[in-house]
Design a protein around this ligand. Structure first.
Ligand SMILES: Nc1ncnc2c1ncn2[C@@H]1O[C@H](COP(=O)(O)OP(=O)(O)OP(=O)(O)O)[C@@H](O)[C@H]1O
Ligand SMILES: [Mg+2]
Length: 262
């Protein structure tokens, strides 16, 4: 069943290794399984969303070219219609997800990656006109996506927190930067929670900093085993508790869309 409602763009950020890519890949495929049109963007200059989603790097479409962007007074925008860019620069991934990848450094000493970030920013902005599309953007660990404005056009910024001090501090910093932007909704998702005290720590943190806690994801040995076999969690252990928890998370992030798509 197709759905033609307003687009939803979810950007996923947090400290290094918090689980951003695992969550993005699983969420994108679960959303697509519910019948939605899903675009997954790898916004990490060290790209690996393709592997987590189930696409070999050799089979992936070339990175988004920076020549696609023009700088306008309201920020970078694409020079071609977004659907045309999607047709040309995306890979059809499992469950029908369209995978798009930001550029990565090709050579040492080639300079900064501002243009690659600007291209993702433009792409995300133009996806705001793509009715019936849910976009999931996997960001790199650095808060630069907020200082550069890479994620400025997302509708939801999801901050992934592990239950330990430095991870929570990274979330606090990114939440305070996001509060200076026009991003509508900033929410925390706890990941790698092994015990009640982990959940309590994150709930206490979110309460203290007035942050919305949208989901609590469990520790999963299966995701490590899946990584060791270079297989997506969803294919390796579809009944794992982490998959079920990500399913609940996407329901909390895009509820009416998920219901409409089922
Ligand atoms: N719920 C979980 N339980 C156990 N391990 C997990 C869980 N989620 C992710 N991991 C593991 O943590 C590691 C980092 O995960 P992932 O690559 O998704 O994080 P990331 O935030 O995208 O990292 P980076 O900052 O490098 O992009 C991987 O080995 C992954 O399998
Ligand atoms: Mg990652």
């Amino acid at each position: 069943m197709s759905w033609n409602g307003p687009p939803v763009r979810v950007a996923v950020a947090g400290k290094g290794g918090a689980g951003k890519t695992t969550i993005c890949a699983t969420a994108a495929r679960l959303l697509a399984r519910s019948g939605l049109r899903v675009v997954a963007i790898d916004g990490d200059t060290n790209p690996n969303l393709n592997a987590a989603i189930g696409v070999d790097a050799a089979d992936a479409a070339p990175f988004l070219p920076t020549s696609l962007v023009s700088r306008r007074f309201d920020g970078p925008r694409l020079t071609a219609p977004v659907d045309e860019v999607l047709d040309r620069h995306s890979t059809l991934a499992p469950d029908g997800v369209r995978l798009v990848r930001m550029g990565m450094p090709q050579h040492a000493d080639e300079g900064c990656l501002c243009s690659a970030h600007a291209t993702v920013s433009a792409f995300l902005a133009d996806l705001g006109a793509a009715a019936g599309t849910v976009t999931v953007l996997d960001l790199e660990a650095s808060p630069e996506h907020l200082s550069r404005g890479t994620a400025r056009h997302c509708d939801v910024l999801l901050l992934v927190a592990e239950p330990y001090y430095r991870s929570l501090e990274a979330v606090r910093l990114q939440a305070s930067l996001a509060a200076e932007t026009s991003i509508d909704r900033v929410a925390v998702v706890a990941n790698k929670c092994r015990q009640q005290s982990d959940r309590d720590a994150i709930e206490e943190f979110c309460g203290r900093h007035r942050l919305e806690l949208v989901g609590i994801l469990p520790w999963s040995d299966a995701v490590l085993d899946a990584d060791a076999e270079t297989r997506p969690l969803l294919d390796f252990a579809p009944d794992d508790a982490l998959v079920a928890a990500v399913g609940e998370l996407v329901g909390a992030l895009v509820p009416d869309r998920v219901e409409a798509g089922v």
